[in-house]
Structures are given as C-alpha cells and as structure tokens.
Design a protein around this ligand. Sequence first.
Ligand code: SAH
Ligand code: SF4
Length: 357
Amino acid sequence: MSEKKELTDLTKEELETELINIGEKKFRAKQLWQWIYFRGEKDFNNMSNLPLTLRQKLDEHYTITRPKIITEQISVDKTHKWLLEFNDKERVEMVYIPEKDRGAVCISTQVGCAMGCKFCHTGSQNFTRNLKVGEIVGQFMVARDAYHEWPSPTDETRYLSNIVVMGMGEPLNNLENVIKALNILTDCEGIGISRRRITMSTSGIAPRIVEAMQKTGVRLAVSLHAPNDAIRSKIMPINDKFHIEEIMKACAEYQKGDHSRYITFEYLLLKGINDSIENAKELVSLLKKYKIRALFNLIPFNPWPGCSFKPSDRKTVEAFSEILEKAGFAAPIRVARGQDILAACGQLKSKNDNRKI
Ligand code: SAH
Ligand code: SF4
C-alpha cells in the first residue's frame, strides 16, 4: 500500500494538477482549497459540497495534517508558546505574541539551524532538516485552531493578524519551501494574510535576498547585529561567507525603484561587544553609505544557560537608540515578551522539552 499524500505540501497549482490526475474537474481543487485553508477543515467527510465518492477517494489517498501539539504554555503577558511535533518526531517551537486586538505568530522554517550564531539558542543545536511546505503552513493553522479563527476573517479584525518568520532556522536556506508556504498563507481564497503583514528575517544570505523578496513580496528584516565585519564575524560565522558589503548591496538592489520597501535591521545588543556609542555611529555611516531606507529594531539580548554573552545595560541601549534616532532612523527597543515561559527571541529550542531552569 502506498503512503498517503499530504495535501498541505501542495501549492494551489499543484493541487489542481493532483485532482486532474485523479480524474476530477479543476473546480474541485478550488472547493477543496477553500475547505482546507478558508474553513480550516481537517476531515474530508465534512466537506459537504464534494460528492461522496470524491470524499472517499480523498480519504483513501490523502491526508490533511496539523503538527501535533506536545506542550503549550501561556505567559503572564498572554504570550502563547507551543512545542510542535511532525510525523518523524522532529520538533519546533512556535510563539504567538498578542497585542491589543491583533498579534503576530512567529513560525519556524527548519529543525535546528546551520548558521551557528553564537548568541542564539537555536544555533547552539545542529541543523537537522528543512521543514516541508505543509509543516510551515501547518504551524500557523495550529494557531488558528487555538484561537478559533476559522473561517478566515474577511475583514482586518483578527487576533492572528501578522506572521513573523523569525522562529527556528534560516528561511533563506529553505527558500523553495518557504516561498511556497508564504504563497499559501497569503492566498486570498484561503488563509489570506496580507503580504504586508508578514516579515521574514534572515541572517544575511546575500545572494538569495533579492530573489526571496521578489518571489514572496513580504517584508524584509535583516539580522545585522554589528556595524563592521570584524565584530559580526565574531558573533555570526556566516559573516565570513557573506560580508556586510554584500548584504548591503543586496538590500539596496531590493529597494531600487520601490520607495515603499523599508528594511528592518535587527540589532541585538551584547554588553561590551557591539553596544558602544562608536558602534552606533559606525552603523549610521554604514546605512548612509549604501543609502538604505531602514529602521532598526534594537533587541535586548535574551540570555540562556551556557551562553556567555550579557545583555547591555538599559542606559547603554537607550543611548544607542538615541544616536540612531538623531540620525533619522526609527530605532525602537523591543520589549521582550513571554520571558517567564522562555518564549522570547532566540530562546526557542526544539530537540526535546527537557529544560529544567
Ligand atoms: N534565522 C533568522 C530568523 C530567526 S532568528 C535570523 O537569524 O534572522 C530571529 C531573530 O532572533 C534574529 O534577529 C536573531 O538574531 C534573534 N536572536 C537570536 N538569539 C537571540 C537571543 N538570545 N536574544 C535575542 N534575540 C535573539
Ligand atoms: Fe540560525 Fe537565526 Fe539563530 Fe542565527 S539567529 S543560528 S541564523 S536561527
């Protein structure tokens, strides 16, 4: 008996081809798509406008799978964290960060990460594998299930309004699947999250930035974390491969001719490493040199056991922000959320759930 095929791994076009190949009309694919992504239906038997014979055929040969919830925690500030498991027992974490009447879901793209950034908990474990298309989309669908946000809201009032591709893994190292997943998540006949409400963060895989942004149309965030190569290479090994100049050139290329394209530069403040006044000034010169339209997101470092970096003092962070702001760049300091449940940036760790801290 051959294994059943997972439908959430397929793009809309692939789903159409699949149905045509089993002798069905193309419009059936559209109906199926709406059941899966607009209504959030997981059971073929409930798809009432499909003929019984088709429902049975689908049930026999296909699956609609959600990642399995292993644990889930809600922080005092309502930040919600899930540990999710896929069919092969590999796990990732997902976080929902609620604001007043909206919120962002932070999704993962890989199990582990090969980039090995020195400050990142995910980076401290090895790369295991890329997530499949359905595993990326499925994370968001789990969050939708939890907040009962099916069928997809057709107006802008929704709890799960934004997506940040800032969980575990480097999205540009799993680009093919990430592009397909983002196209599914933004499809207006399904989940329908606006591309403007999705931000994808990269550690700076320079040669893939332009293609990634062209093919997804989402917002770009770059984890810069240093004003020069000497500091950056010390904390991000990937910088030896793609220097800051290459990243800046790719960013400039991406912004060419479209003034709405602002880039967010994430900047993690590590005590005594990258947080001096000189570092801030050098950062301003760097962005001015390449004429990048950008804003900063200053991230207080979230410590984790086994990592020797320390967060910068509040005063240092404020002084750093002030220099950037005076030079004309917005530079808000990110408020860490979900700290009591270790849901903050860079603290996600999937392999097992045996943290005893
Ligand atoms: N791999 C991508 C996206 C996932 S990481 C990237 O690196 O951009 C999302 C963000 O969390 C990045 O900006 C990353 O640098 C940051 N981060 C990693 N470890 C952190 C930590 N310990 N404290 C705060 N932010 C961290
Ligand atoms: Fe990977 Fe991003 Fe963590 Fe670096 S910061 S190790 S690129 S997940």
